[in-house]
Design a protein around this ligand. Structure first.
Ligand SMILES: *Cc1c(COP(=O)(O)O)cnc(C)c1O
Length: 363
């Protein structure tokens, strides 16, 4: 089997849209070439459409989704601030770590894994935090949280939403939902290779920018001049031009298909995975009514795999059928699988292949 036959249904990179792959072989553009600057502007416009925002400061951070997380925190909080963080999986836990490193006080509101964020518990955690942070789509558990309800009740605080596994896969309306800062990654539902972190920041958040954040590279005071400087753009860092061309093309594919159609395709593929896995005798992990379409978390019932251990089944799927799925993380390692149907991967034909391969292996 060749590598190009691989079906990436894990929680990490999905198969990129063909348009995004093709863009990587375009002739190189210099990062200050007016043609590149125009492409960067157009990429930001496309991101505004996908994020559903009018925020001027919307652009791809030159690093993976985690840099989007860090930029969303370090630019706005520091010693003396309180940040209430919803923790219902690995990524909420990481936000707590990032917040703590700024010297701000992180109040972690812990939830059982697989459950969505409880907005009332977030509000009860502190009377006047500087910021709330929640993960819209917890890739470690397959649970989706109600960010709109958080935005409607946040009061004066800033609201940060981790949209790494939701952008381009499930409904997300940054402006309508009162999200102040949202970040994502290219390799999940946007269907592009890993390497960029789309970020959008409201004018309300910009008013609270720290003058000297605890990061030079992610300092939005400087980057804003580069990405929204009009004629007065100044060099800040060398933009990863080929990756931005690829993101531009991937967003083009998404917008050509239409955001509603893309979401419906993610929903249909996620539903098909859930139905297929239930049919094979597996159970669903995330709480009913809060299950993500692009990432289905499965509980492996005792004895279902016979004498083979779960990592052995995943290895066989990869080696013999070219299909990658993900294992469980942290407290659910060895007990849970995570199956991605993201971006270009979110298609019935991939689900059919996975269910047939598992049937071959297990029955
Ligand atoms: C993947 C992911 C991240 C981290 O993104 P990287 O591109 O791996 O740095 C953050 N949050 C969530 C919810 C994710 O799924």
């Amino acid at each position: 089997m060749t590598l190009s036959d691989r079906i990436l249904m894990g929680p990490g990179p999905c198969n990129p849209y063909p348009e995004a792959v093709a863009a990587l072989s375009h002739p190189m553009l210099g990062h200050l070439d007016p043609e590149f600057i125009a492409l960067l502007d157009d990429t930001s416009d496309r991101l505004r459409t996908v994020f559903a925002t009018a925020n001027a400061l919307t652009f791809p951070v030159s690093a993976t989704g985690s840099a989007g997380m860090e930029a969303s925190i370090v630019n706005f909080v520091g010693p003396g601030d309180v940040v209430v963080v919803g923790v219902n999986g690995v990524f909420g836990g990481r936000i707590v770590d990032v917040v703590s490193r700024t010297g701000a006080e992180a109040i972690a509101v812990d939830h059982e894994w697989g459950q969505p964020i409880d907005v009332q518990r977030m509000l009860d955690a502190h009377p006047s935090p500087a910021m709330y942070a929640v993960v819209h789509a917890e890739t470690s558990t397959g649970a989706q949280s109600d960010v709109a309800a958080m935005g409607a009740n946040k009061g004066d605080a800033l609201l940060v939403a981790d949209c790494v596994t939701s952008l381009g896969g499930v409904e997300l309306r940054v402006d309508d939902w009162n999200i102040d800062i949202a970040y994502s990654g290219t390799q999940k539902c946007l269907g592009v290779a890993p390497g960029l972190a789309p970020l959008t920041v409201s004018d309300r958040a910009i008013e609270r920018l720290r003058p000297v954040p605890q990061s030079w590279y992610l300092d939005l005071n400087m980057i804003a001049k580069y990405v929204t400087g009009g004629g007065a753009r100044a060099y800040h860092h060398t933009a990863p031009t080929s990756m931005i061309m690829s993101l531009h093309a991937g967003l083009g594919a998404v917008l050509n298909e239409g955001l509603d159609a893309v979401r419906a395709r993610h929903q249909a593929a996620g539903d098909a995975v859930k139905a297929g896995m239930l049919g094979l005798g597996f159970e669903l992990f995330a709480a009913d009514g809060h299950r993500l379409a692009p990432l289905t978390s499965i509980v492996i019932p005792d004895g279902r795999l016979g004498s083979v251990n779960e990592s052995g089944v995943r290895a066989q799927l990869l080696q013999e059928y070219g299909i990658e799925i993900g294992g469980g993380l942290g407290p659910v390692a060895g007990r849970v699988w995570r199956i991605g149907t993201m971006g270009h991967t979110a298609r019935q034909r991939n689900v059919t292949s996975l269910i047939a391969a598992l049937t071959d292996i297990l029955d």
